[in-house]
Ligand binder design. Structure first.
Ligand code: SAM
Ligand code: SF4
Length: 357
């Protein structure tokens, strides 16, 4: 072969190999686009509806949980997650219920951590199991972790969670810090006259630990006893006002692609987020869908529109093409927005634990 042709083919092989490698590492554009032109690139998965706590804004005291056979197996969760990633989803959040009380949760995280094309594997937990699991979760490839903490008062913690132990959760937070996650964020649901007086102390806690914190307005999902949601409503702007008495806050751009408005506490590493489903609707930029513990693909937290993916994977096991088609078609029923009314009985009867909050 003449030298020039030989060189040409060597260059060809070099470049095609180079570009192929480059393409597998570049974020893939999501194929999931809804009727309103929103791209879905984020999946939240509730891997169990069960939990060791009974937070009073999340659950009723006597909850009936799903029978085992009705929830997705870990293999089914992995298969469905793989389909989403192949369709261009780049971020998966594992949640629940309490995800870390499900047997095999760590193995699932390890497997998901190896999905090629998944940029971010993250988790939301109540922290009760973190003291023993944080290091393994980090090793599985989980980069960022959200830990729920609504109060620093042990008695109030018991009242709010009904069964939780504050000391155990604080140990869990320290274990997460020691495990050196890229980002740790506290989630606090704020209820008037229950914990609204503590927002400053919670931010100080986050500043002292050099972690982030987000405050969440309570959402009317499922019927709960023991408090009136309208009376307990404490909007984000009041939280911000309270914090400004004690901290210097500057607004910063949200780099996480989520619904939070963020401020930085000046002179610290701590960002404070405000998630305001009532006072500042964020639906126009929604990029997420949720997989419930029983395998329903929920297109919106505040609406019941869904597609039964468990039926698809059980009727056609290992049929990736059919599953992907069902997911693509589901985008057509993603609602434009949620409408929450705290003064009405909830129109959404499912509780947050079944939803993948
Ligand atoms: N068990 C884990 C935890 O508590 O972090 C993960 C599941 S929990 C349902 C996810 C998040 O939803 C938590 O931060 C919790 O505080 C929040 N949450 C639960 N019920 C809520 C509600 N009715 N309104 C707003 N946030 C809620
Ligand atoms: Fe459990 Fe999380 Fe719901 Fe609390 S918020 S009851 S920890 S699922």
């Amino acid at each position: 072969m003449p030298v020039s042709r030989q060189c040409k083919s060597l260059w060809y092989y070099f470049y095609s190999d180079f570009f192929q490698k480059l393409m597998t590492h570049l974020p893939q554009a999501s194929q999931l686009i809804d009727r309103f032109g929103r791209t879905v690139n984020y999946l939240r998965v509730s891997i169990t509806d069960r939990c060791d706590f009974r937070c009073l804004y999340c659950m009723a005291e006597d909850m009936v949980f799903l029978p085992r056979g009705q929830i997705l197996s870990l293999e089914e969760i992995h298969f469905i997650s793989q389909a989403f990633v192949e369709l261009g989803v780049s971020k998966i959040r594992i949640t629940g219920g309490e995800p870390l009380v499900r047997n095999g949760a760590l193995g699932l995280l390890q497997q998901l951590g190896q999905l090629s094309g998944l940029d971010e594997l993250v988790i939301t937990t109540n922290g009760s199991q973190l003291a023993s699991m944080a290091a393994d979760i980090k090793a599985a490839g989980v980069k960022r972790i959200n830990i729920s903490l609504d109060t620093l008062d042990a008695d109030k913690f018991k009242q709010l969670t009904r069964t939780g132990d504050l000391a155990q959760v604080l140990k869990g937070i320290d274990a997460a810090i020691a495990a050196d996650f890229q980002r740790i964020k506290i989630n606090a649901v704020i209820l008037k006259n229950r914990n609204h007086q503590e927002v400053g102390d919670l931010v100080q806690f986050a500043v002292d630990k050099a972690i982030d914190i987000s405050f969440i307005e309570e959402m009317p999902l499922g019927v709960v006893d023991q408090h009136n949601r309208a009376e307990a409503y404490y909007p984000s702007h009041l939280i911000k006002q309270d914090l400004q008495q004690r901290f210097d806050l500057v607004a910063i751009a949200d780099k996480t692609g989520g619904p939070s408005d963020y401020c930085q506490v000046v002179g610290s590493q701590t960002r404070v987020g405000f998630i305001s489903p009532h006072s500042a609707n964020f639906c126009s930029s929604c990029n997420r869908v949720r997989l419930t513990a029983e395998g329903r693909l929920l297109l919106c937290l505040g609406n019941e529109d869904s597609v039964d993916l468990k039926a698809v994977v059980r009727q056609y096991p290992n049929d990736m093409a059919r599953l992907k088609q069902a997911i693509i078609e589901a985008m057509q029923i993603k609602p434009e927005r949620h409408y929450f009314d705290l003064n009405e009985q909830p129109i959404i009867m499912r509780h947050m634990n079944a939803t993948g909050g």
